[in-house]
Ligand binder design. Sequence first.
Ligand SMILES: C[S@@+](CC[C@H](N)C(=O)[O-])C[C@H]1O[C@@H](n2cnc3c(N)ncnc32)[C@H](O)[C@@H]1O
Length: 278
Amino acid sequence: MLLPSSLASLSATADVLRRAGCVFAEDEAALLHEAAASPEELALLVGRRTGGLPLEHVLGWAEFCGRRFAVDAGVFVPRRRTEFLVRHAVALAPDPAVVVDLCCGSGALGAVLAGALDRVELHACDVEPAAVRCARRNLGGLGVVHEGDLFGPLPERLLGRVDVLLANVPYVPSADVELLPAEARVHEPRVALDGGGDGLDVMRRVAADAPRWLAPGGSLLVEASERQRDAAVEVLRGAGLSARVVVCEELYATVVIGTAGTRDPVGRGRVPNPGGQD
Ligand SMILES: C[S@@+](CC[C@H](N)C(=O)[O-])C[C@H]1O[C@@H](n2cnc3c(N)ncnc32)[C@H](O)[C@@H]1O
């Protein structure tokens, strides 16, 4: 057990954190000092962190797109790289927009997107009760959070009306979950990480149903690893969406954007985008 006196200064706390393997020890020390109301609480928080709990779970919040979102124990911590997906979603959203954040976790993605738009109807869904509770806190009155499997809990009136479908689904191949850092492997639920054999099982299910829910010209945005990019493009194209890839090397982010066809002017249904790709 750490004694409070060993944490009397920021640099002493940073030393303790560094010895425990925290790479950004100074930054973390500052955040933990800010969060603790007393030396005893600081010792408790530092003990949790050096015990391996993700910093965000120790603090109870994560920074995403410059804002702080509540992240409860057992809820996936939104990653910096996913800010890239949200930036593209903001650029694609019409005004007004119907937005669905599938597999919403803490709800941070939908909250940022809704905050960037003037008129939005936002629905978020997750299968994990802890994520649903957390997303409800983060969204407040911004949108409705549903609990259940993928599109299952969405109201049917949204069929064919979704302009932007955010789906940062789990995409780690099952065999690679054991290789993840302990912070994710031990403290985030497996259902938030494991995407099946090649990591794309949940993405396949989302893509297969997406055309029924998307409005004409609406977009599905998914994240993948660099290794999965070609397979992910095929998944979206196989579902009848046009697909393009955008990459941010700085954030190690790969996003595949699938777009639904627009309405045929003579009313024969959807016209796919030219060539089915961008
Ligand atoms: C990689 S996390 C992403 C969370 C959030 N979108 C983000 O980027 O911070 C994947 C989320 O998908 C949820 N999930 C996994 N399978 C699901 C399913 N079949 N239906 C609904 N949610 C699911 C998990 O509970 C988890 O919150």
